[in-house]
Design a protein around this ligand. Structure first.
Ligand code: FAD
Ligand code: SF4
Length: 532
């Protein structure tokens, strides 16, 4: 790990002008143009601070993962001949806040210039802008992270004057812009279609075996101990002798390589499948590395395209297209929405939901087999794949009417890849529809029907997926109808939902009454004893 310079306070009187460059924990982009030259007058600053560990209760693995990735990155920079000042969480000189540490270091190094990279979080963007505005005798500059494939304003620009932002339109534009999966004319998508989703998304058959996840086990007792002693409040579980996340660029390149070899071929087919057999299925687990900028989205996409080109017998085009869409489509689009809609976005609550998040979201102790699996693995691994987040934990919180602030805090804390720009747009937007339709055209809600169709959870569940009321009825069922009933005024005119109301209105009045009663009972249980 990086060493701190010993002679901080002993600067020579005629020292040359110094520049301090800040690197945030999610700015570990070794190919940034900053690092092309080694400059003795530049010091890179990385810091572990309480202001970042404490703004939400994070999973212990997430805190450790960020710190480890930062420490390795700092060491790599030093090995390449750059000057680095790394502040550990337990450094007695640590002021535990970004601005306070910067003030101290600018003074210590006698720096006359300060630079930072565009933060991806609105909160830090504001803070650093204000910090620079207040600097006296120190000039400052902000540079791009050179990570994303679209700029912050791309979505706002593309949809200026339109009522909604359309992911598909954004995605097509990105494909054209970067000439990814395009025919030689540069305008037609490869094989004449932009989107092969219709061929993806199957239930996982029993006979399909799932490749084991690449292990990255590490001993981290000292780090866990340091975090614990500092009093940082964390969530989740960790075996300190088996911390299992790749934290260096080399390790993540290995993860990418293994994903292409063993998983990409089924990525599309089982993208939406859920199973009690495994936690990762055919997903890539690359979001942590992407969000910390250890890997560049273009190198991930290029590697996937190259792999497909030489393995077309193994990898269906639909799988490749689906994977590319997640990265140059959804990922970049969510970031564009974040910058188009913040800061107002973080307080949107379209349905006016107020319920608390059930206690068992923090323990996994529920009889609902699907949610037990999704939450337990999240607590054990700081990971759940997209459809678990959207159609299990997100779906249930929305049906129950949980306040979006509580839902956001849970997602922002529990997942390894959770950084606000991509967490809040997915949670408050896509999953909770708290934005009233900025991200999605309708709420992602379902009854047990969908969960049964896409998973093997229901067979082993204490609840009966076919029942809508009664003590054994699956809670998703009554809550699903109750949700539509409660929000009829907001949803009925949505052309994608109209059918639901036709079915509801077609039910006998007594049946509807019993369903609503059952939903009230589920809600009472959750609020009174947290029981699930
Ligand atoms: P894969 O399934 O292998 O997908 C490949 C890559 O595509 C991902 O690594 C990711 O970079 C990108 N991607 C896929 N879907 C999305 C999406 N909807 N938005 C943005 N990028 C996407 N993703 C985060 O990175 N951070 C979050 O905090 C986060 N919170 C979420 C909260 C909710 C409620 C939901 C429904 C989704 C959230 N996502 C978040 C999106 C998605 O679930 C994760 O990116 C994905 O599960 C990460 O696992 P993976 O790397 O194995 O993804
Ligand atoms: Fe989940 Fe309901 Fe199926 Fe149980 S019956 S696994 S709670 S959907």
């Amino acid at each position: 790990t990086a060493q701190q310079p010993n002679s901080l306070t002993a600067q020579p009187p005629n020292r040359p002008p110094m520049t301090l460059r800040l690197l945030l924990g999610d700015q570990l982009h070794i190919r940034h143009s900053w690092f092309r030259e080694r400059r003795p007058d530049v010091v890179y600053v990385l810091m572990e601070v309480r202001s970042e560990t404490d703004y939400v209760r994070h999973h212990l693995q997430k805190v450790i993962g960020f710190f480890l990735a930062m420490r390795h990155f700092a060491a790599e920079l030093e090995a390449e001949g750059h000057r680095v000042h790394y502040i550990r969480l337990d450094d007695p000189a640590n002021r535990q806040g970004i601005e306070a540490n910067l003030e101290w270091l600018l003074r210590e190094y006698g720096a006359t210039h300060f630079e930072y990279l565009l933060p991806d979080e609105w909160r830090l963007d504001e803070a650093l802008r204000a910090f620079c505005a207040g600097l006296q005798g120190v000039t400052s500059a902000v540079l791009d992270t050179e990570h994303f494939l679209s700029d912050r304003a791309a979505v706002r620009r593309q949809f200026a004057g339109k009522k909604t932002y359309l992911m598909e339109a954004f995605y097509r534009k990105m494909r054209e812009k970067y000439q990814i999966l395009m025919e030689p004319d540069g305008k037609t998508p490869l094989f004449g279609r932009w989107n092969f989703d219709a061929e993806n998304r199957k239930k996982l058959p029993k006979q399909v075996s799932i490749p084991p996840a690449t292990p990255f086990h590490r001993d981290v007792p000292e780090l866990a101990d340091m975090i614990h002693k500092a009093g940082v409040q964390t969530i989740g579980r960790l075996d300190v002798h088996r911390f299992d996340w790749p934290v260096t660029r080399a390790e993540n390149l290995q993860l990418l390589h293994d994903f292409l070899r063993f998983r990409l071929r089924f990525f599309g087919d089982y993208q939406d499948a859920m199973t009690g057999r495994d936690w990762l299925l055919f997903h890539s687990r690359l979001s942590f590395a992407l969000n910390l900028k250890l890997l560049h989205p273009m190198e991930v996409i290029q590697a996937a395209v190259d792999y497909w080109e030489s393995h077309q017998d193994l990898v269906p085009y639909a799988a490749l297209e689906g994977f590319v869409r997640q990265i140059i489509g959804w990922r970049e689009y969510m970031r564009g929405i974040y910058w188009a809609e913040m800061p107002g976005y973080r307080s949107l609550n379209y349905f006016g939901h107020q319920a608390p998040l059930p206690e068992w979201y923090w323990t996994g102790e529920t009889d609902m087999a699907c949610l037990r699996q999704a939450i337990t693995q999240s607590l054990d691994r700081a990971y759940a794949h997209h459809i678990q987040r959207l159609m299990l934990t997100g779906n249930f919180a929305l049906l129950l009417g949980v306040h979006p602030d509580e839902v956001d805090a849970w997602y922002l804390g529990i997942y390894m890849d959770a950084v606000e720009w991509v967490e809040i747009t997915n949670t408050r937007g896509m999953s909770q529809f708290a934005d009233g339709g900025i991200v999605g055209t309708k709420p992602y809600v379902s009854s047990a029907n969908y969960i049964h169709k896409m998973s093997d959870h229901c067979a082993g569940c204490r609840y009966d997926r076919n029942l809508r009321h009664g003590p054994d009825a699956c809670p998703f069922n009554s809550l699903y109808w109750d949700f539509h009933h409660r929000h009829r005024a907001l949803l009925e005119r949505n052309p994608r939902i109209g059918m639901v109301y036709k079915v509801w209105d077609g039910m006998a009045e007594e049946e509807r009454r019993r369903i609503l009663e059952a939903a009230g009972e589920v809600r009472r249980r959750m609020e009174e004893d947290g029981g699930g």
